[in-house]
Design a protein around this ligand. Structure first.
Ligand code: 5GP
Ligand code: MN
Ligand code: MN
Length: 321
């Protein structure tokens, strides 16, 4: 399938590389690395996300340089759109409006991908989309320098939880080894992402823990972050800290869920599992998607308690089977 992708790239004059809304490290890394790679390959290319980049990624200025917003790209005369790290068309936001009359290539690693492009390179064995971009760039003969290697490393690092999640396989270390030999700087990424926590996040965590609930012998841990809670500490919704990882880290917890209100009465539900439970199935059931150990969905509700009970009861029932 990588050869089909290259054929599409060679045929195209101007290329738009698009990522998903509520962007994460893998998403921005994949866009930025592919944009830089295609530039070096000699293409006219622009990167875009129809959403704001969260604060914790602002430490990496190259992202702002290479990734534009929707208004900036809506009139770009691209004849090819390459979508990275997005499992369904709704994940690209308004960039969907540009699909008509253009060739669409999807590069992704979600098993739940709907294969919505003309060409779909979906490899669920890959720990990150950034590694697929690395493979593609190498096949195109793109020469890696320190800047490109470092931004390409970002996605591998964040989607593997800095090389410790269950998706951290031999391929991860092979790719990381190459990227580091090309000048990729892991400590730069680690410092920018992990050693930069705003103090407000810790204060908010106290309130989040006060709302913490358990189910099923404490195998399910869940809580929520409301807009009011964010406002109390002056935190913007796009900068909601990823508390779901903290919940999963608790002894005995198999499934962790955080219901994050990102617009009035709209909750982005972030789910993680530890060893055996498939949260991607739950996400699909509620209209979202993701991976076996990390998945999510958005749902409207004016009653957070009711929504939490509905979702956690569904999970508890699944656990019994
Ligand atoms: P997070 O909890 O970090 O927002 O998302 C975890 C995983 O689930 C990511 O791989 C992300 O792409 C996927 N995911 C989260 N929310 C949604 C959603 O609303 N729709 C789909 N299709 N995938 C989602
Ligand atoms: Mn992603
Ligand atoms: Mn990813």
């Amino acid at each position: 399938m990588i050869d089909e992708v290259i054929k599409e790239i060679n045929r195209a004059d101007t290329i738009l590389v698009a990522g998903h809304i509520m962007p994460d490290g893998d998403d921005v890394s994949s866009i930025c690395s592919l944009v830089m790679g295609l530039e070096k390959y000699g293409k006219k290319v622009i990167g875009a996300i129809d959403d704001e980049i969260p604060g914790y990624l602002e430490e990496l200025p190259i992202l702002k340089e290479k990734i534009r917003d929707f208004d900036c790209v809506k009139n770009t005369p691209a004849d090819l759109i390459i979508i990275v790290d997005a499992s369904s068309p709704d994940r690209v936001g308004r960039i969907q409006e540009l699909f008509e009359y253009k060739r669409i290539v999807v590069i992704d690693h979600h098993a739940t991908n709907l294969n919505f492009g003309h060409v779909n390179w979906v490899d669920a064995t890959s720990a990150s989309t950034a590694q697929l971009v690395f493979k593609l760039n190498q096949k195109l003969g793109v020469k890696y320098d320190e800047e490109l290697a470092t931004i390409n490393l970002l996605g591998v690092a964040t989607d593997t939880g800095f090389f410790k999640y269950s998706n951290t396989n031999a391929q991860v270390f092979e790719d990381v080894s190459k990227l580091v030999s090309f000048g990729g700087n892991i400590s730069y990424i680690t410092n920018a992402i992990l050693e930069n926590k705003p103090i407000e996040n810790v204060l908010l965590f106290k309130d989040v823990i006060e709302n913490l609930k358990f189910k099923k012998d404490k195998k399910i841990a869940y809580t929520y972050v409301s807009l009011d809670m964010l406002k109390k500490y002056n935190i913007l919704p796009k900068n909601t800290p990823p508390f779901v990882g903290d919940l999963r880290s608790l002894k005995g917890v198999e499934v962790a869920i955080v219901f994050n209100e990102h617009e009035k009465n709209v909750f982005h539900t972030s789910m993680r599992s530890k060893k055996y439970f498939d949260v991607s199935e739950v996400a699909l059931h509620f209209g979202g998607g993701g991976h076996v150990r990390a998945a999510g969905f958005s749902k409207e509700s004016d009653n957070i308690e009711k929504l939490m009970e509905e979702v956690t009861d569904y999970i508890a029932e699944k656990m019994e089977k």
